[in-house]
Design a protein around this ligand. Structure first.
Ligand code: GLU
Length: 492
């Protein structure tokens, strides 16, 4: 049997990262079995339809490196892959169920339905259709008058959903509604369309979020009603925030586009998502996996049935690992858009800026958790800094005069340099420390504050090289002036 799995998004906006995690599971499962991964757009709820959402979904998947074998854009033998283009099919299937006695027409007006619901609410009963039209003679409602078609759910007995992760989940039929299958506007509901399409598209494994488990008995009943063989079901746990609540905006980014904007690497996010709710084995320490390793090792049956927690800290750590693994040329290319977005470098990048960036990349690579971190880390290189407050310019165990003299000496030595590069500066300034009888920490700290305005910055000499001769000397000069002013004021 060829494995065929699907992602069936409703185009209602940005896909939630929890759903994308489930897509990753589907994709890994398909690739592992040499099967097919299919995308089907479920757009039958026109009230929630967002026009560009399909493209957003496609872009998110492309960005993560997920490809599909059949879908609205690539076609395939079971198309069309957009439900609104398959309406006659659902009607035909709904009529088939009418013929078989598994469905019935219902023309209860909305006001009546609302009244029943209110009464049920008041009594504390389950909210469900009361079966008013269920046993009317077949021709009591004309096909030409406005009506819906409902599933004739058995009233007695139980429906068992066999789930690969949860085992047999038993539902009492008396608690399952006579679900509307076809609406009065001719559109199917999700329940009819999903079953018809999963069957016609020969889906073998339905791997989807836990939140659909309660719908599964209706689906199982529909398969039975049609006389179709059941697919396998795997309802994977939801993704929660650290507080145990469903992952939402207040926890952090929740759409792929946001993760991209915040500077996460697609390969890191992919690796991370594969491990949200799944782990390769007991006591297994490895967390960084190549795509191929994940394809090989993923095991649907080992998906943890308990809700999975999305740890932003772990993602940050993992993203940092992936950033450090990049070669510098690639890292440079990936950082450029972040510098550009922050207005730090021109678009397109000039040769001059590029040379400067090439110096910066090795300085920051070890320090980045996200690509966006590069902005605050290197802002002092691209934009002028305010002259630091004089008290920040006095070195530890040093006087203002001593600090001033030190900066002057540093500036004099640097000004005399022929080649402005980190490798030449370092021995030169270490020698200066010795000459002045000061510790490297004292002197370098002063230079760092004077030239970067920060107490913590990327490696100093690389920073000076990236800043360039003119800017470095100018900032040193300004720092000296600030100290000078304080000294004069003290004297005066
Ligand atoms: N269209 C449904 C959704 O929006 C698909 C549910 C399923 O996978 O059956 O999530």
């Amino acid at each position: 049997m060829t494995v065929r799995v699907r992602f069936a998004p409703s185009p209602t906006g940005q896909p939630h990262i929890g759903n994308i995690r489930t897509v990753v599971f589907n994709w890994l499962f398909a690739r592992q079995h040499g099967g097919q991964f299919i995308i089907r757009v479920e757009d039958t709820d026109r009230t929630r339809y967002v026009p560009d959402a399909v493209n957003v979904i496609f872009n998110s998947l492309h960005w993560l490196g997920l490809d599909w074998d059949e879908g609205p854009d690539v076609g395939g033998p079971y198309g069309p892959y957009v439900q609104s283009e398959r309406l006659p099919l659902y009607r035909e299937k709904a009529l088939e169920l009418l013929d078989k006695g598994w469905a019935y027409r219902c023309n209860c007006p909305p006001e009546r339905l609302e009244r029943i619901r209110e009464e049920q609410r008041a009594r504390g009963d389950m909210i469900m259709y009361d079966g008013h039209c269920r046993d009317l003679p077949p021709d009591a409602i004309s096909p030409d008058e406005p009506h819906v078609i409902r599933l004739k759910m058995p009233r007695e007995g139980q429906t068992v959903v066999h789930d690969l992760l949860k085992g047999d989940v038993v539902f009492e039929n008396s608690g399952i509604d006579d679900q509307v299958l076809l609406k009065s506007d001719g559109f199917p509901t999700y329940h009819l369309a999903v079953v018809v399409d999963d069957y016609l598209m020969q889906i073998t494994h339905i791997i989807r979020g836990d939140d659909w488990l309660s719908s599964a008995p209706k689906h199982v009943t529909l398969y039975r009603a049609f006389g179709w063989e059941l697919p396998e079901f795997a309802h994977v746990p939801l993704v929660l925030g650290a507080d145990g609540k469903k992952l939402g905006k207040r926890h952090g980014a929740i759409s792929v586009a946001e993760f991209e904007k915040q500077g996460y690497l697609p390969e890191a996010l992919f690796n991370f998502l594969a491990l949200v709710g799944w782990a390769p084995g007991e006591g297994e320490e490895q967390e960084i996996f190549t795509r191929e390793e994940l394809i090989q090792r993923f095991d649907l049956k080992r998906v943890n049935p308990a809700p999975a927690v999305f740890s932003y800290d772990k993602l940050d750590w993992m993203n940092g690992v992936y950033i450090r693994k990049l070669d510098q040329e690639t890292l440079l290319e990936r950082l450029i858009p972040f510098w550009q977005d922050a207005g730090m470098i021109p678009t397109p990048v000039t040769a001059e800026a590029l040379a400067q960036l090439q110096v910066i990349v090795p300085l920051v690579q070890e320090r980045l958790k996200t690509l966006k971190d590069v902005v605050p880390l290197t802002d002092f290189i691209f934009t002028d800094i305010p002259t630091p407050a004089p008290e920040k310019l006095i070195g530890p165990k040093m006087t203002a005069e001593q600090s001033l003299q030190t900066l002057e000496a540093v500036r004099a030595r640097l000004a005399a340099l022929r080649d402005w590069d980190a490798a030449t500066m370092e021995p030169l300034l270490r020698q200066l420390c010795q000459d002045l009888g000061l510790k490297a920490g004292q002197v370098f700290g002063l230079i760092r504050t004077a030239t970067t305005g920060k107490e913590v910055a990327p490696p100093l000499f690389g920073c000076l090289e990236a800043l360039g001769r003119q800017t470095t000397l100018l900032r040193l000069r300004r720092a000296e002036d600030a100290l000078e002013a304080v000294i004069q004021a003290q004297k005066g």
